[in-house]
Design a protein around this ligand. Sequence first.
Ligand code: C2E
Ligand code: MG
Ligand code: MG
Ligand code: MG
Length: 284
Amino acid sequence: RAKLDGRRCVRIFEPEMDVEMRSRVLLERDLRQAVAQDVVVPHYQPLVDLRTGALVGFEMLARWPHPTRGMVPPDVFIPLAEDLGLIGALTEGLMRQACREATSWPHALTLACNLSPVQLCDPGLPGAIRAVLNETGLLPSRLELEVTESALVGDLALARASLGQLKVLGVRLAIDDFGTGYSSLRHLQSLPFDKIKIDRGFVAGMADNIDSGKIVSAVVGLGRSLGLVTVAEGIETETIAGLLRDLGCDIGQGWLFGRPVSADQIVTILSEEPVEHRAVPAAA
Ligand code: C2E
Ligand code: MG
Ligand code: MG
Ligand code: MG
């Protein structure tokens, strides 16, 4: 019986899988071309000092404008680029463009870029980033590399070696989506991070979930006692910004302060709003 059902299943789903497969093959072809032609572009989201409200930098978030599918989100094409072995080339192209653009921002502003977990296993990574810094002239201390915790579950020794080499370049390192991975505390202790980015899930939960608030409070305390800068992502309301400020969280990011925007729009933000005069969001 099960066998029969199984066979029927296969027959029923075969055409659909075919469509799915074909769609994926097309997307793969398009992504190869997009990477080769630098079609994937950096967008930027503001990072704000929670105490003063001043702009302190931007996180680069990749966007793929696709001719027929519209804006393809990174959650779709980054994993695909990893599978296709394109992530190194994609990151390098994006970082070169973002670092070049960042050299025209006020010097106090930092640029944060995300690295894929698989890139920590690439022995060519530190050299590629050094080359981008040399080429663009961006001061290494203005570049911050964000690594998600899931990057650290694989070969920890390899990740440590890779992060150590990046640190030698003079860039800063942040652990991203903190709280969603494994053995976080060991990573904080044994790896050269400068920053903790608290995952959006905990931050969003602070408004109505006491436990989320307690977790964020504990992470901010942990970060401070380890001498790390704490960043909260996904801040959508002034209430949450106020709660985070009261906890002593250093930096905020989220729709309250600004959505990711294109390089053109950044120029407008910077010309209209002097960095040091940005409005402080009212505490709740
Ligand atoms: P992430 O590094 O944790 O980036 C934060 C994500 O939260 C971004 O999603 C951002 O748009 C979103 N976000 C920021 N503030 C808010 C808010 O207030 N509310 C809500 N609902 N969302 C907010 P995005 O741009 O879709 O990127 C998703 C993930 O894709 C990133 O998460 C990062 O892991 C990855 N990613 C993006 N660009 C790159 C890249 O160039 N290279 C690599 N390897 N990964 C990237
Ligand atoms: Mg990030
Ligand atoms: Mg994050
Ligand atoms: Mg996140």
